[in-house]
Design a protein around this ligand. Sequence first.
Ligand SMILES: [Zn+2]
Length: 449
Amino acid sequence: MFETAGIRSTERVCSALSIVSLAVLLGACAHTSPPDPAVPKSWVVENVASKTTEELYREFIKPGVFERSSSKVIDGYTVESGNLVMPDKSVGSLITVRSKDGSLTAFIEGPDKRGLLVVTSNGESRFSPSSPHDYSLPDTLQGKEVLKPPASVLTGVASPYVIDILIGYSRAAVVLAGGDAYANALAKVESVNLALRNSLTSNVSMRLAGVQIVEQNYPMNGETLEKLPQIFSSGMQNYNPDMLFGAFAPTPDDTAAGLAYLPGRTAIGHVSDGWVFRHEVAHNAGGNHCHVPGGSYNYGFKNGKNGTILCGEDTPYYSNPNVRDENGLPRGNSTTADMARVWRENAQRLSSYATCLTKPPTEFRVTSTSYGTIDFAWARFPGAAKYEIWGRDNLLLPPKKYGESTTLNGKAINVPNGIRPYHLKAVCSDGTISPNSNVVSAKPYEVLK
Ligand SMILES: [Zn+2]
């Protein structure tokens, strides 16, 4: 509630000023000095499209150094993430999602600045600090969600496992997120992928299957969690995800900042706290808060100096006894706190909720060619864990696999010269292989002799 009220009051202040004078508005809101961590702050960046992403977030990460560990383009957005390393070597994180039109959504996790930075394509900018939450409050429902068979029963594709998630938003949540739900959802997903990489959990990653926006906002309680698949039923149908997350604006009826099945595939959380997402999905994976006597290894960890996600919540790590902090202390304990192991052990379950469709993949097409190589792209196939590009060297021989990919584009390499037919297959988490896509005739670029 505090955050919602705070953001509204800032908007009111700025619009009141604009009535007095546009010059005053720009003057009042154009400062790029570090924000007061207690209140949201608005300003305007001129020529935002000409600015580098670093120029837009620079003031907010000082005195930290950004150590970028991932950079990729997803649906036209450049998604980058990495740790923020402070002068005392303590670790925070930075996630940036930049669209083609120049707008930016950034999750900043520093020692004294933790919040959401949004810059629109018009340069309207806002930093909304996260209000401190008590993450140790009960926020799980146990034994309510139907689980898939244990991994030993499944005969799906081998790791790495890709968990497809649908993130649903209420309209009020989209406003709090700065207007671009898709960018916010990509940042949420990347916050989990960064924590998984930091925790050396390399066999599993998360991927955004899609976003759905509904007009109504819902309170953070068990009833909302239970009816979430109905609230986002069209998204569940269209995107056929493995997991589902609902992002809502705070309401007076909320019982916590987030809520999740433990274990399960469904969770909800306040949109105003970017980090509640990586916490709640860890409950879905099977994790608990700080260890309690008699508990197993599925807990977060505090080592006296630093905490991890689920216990302490102040670093971009899931607990892992094999990872050490800046003081040389472990970020986990093999018998009481090893969330990296929990993620590894639940990766196959979490990535196999989507039911594989029996239709063929569509929109298979050539995007470019080079020497010995053809680049293809295609439409998303609901439930696909990976895609395979097949072709024929000789029409008398069976088709041959020329490449594979977990994204919506990929390369066929070492292809024959001359025009040949190519097609795509989608491979689902349960091992099912789709029918062949449309056939595309293509040839690689040939070097003139
Ligand atoms: Zn929790």
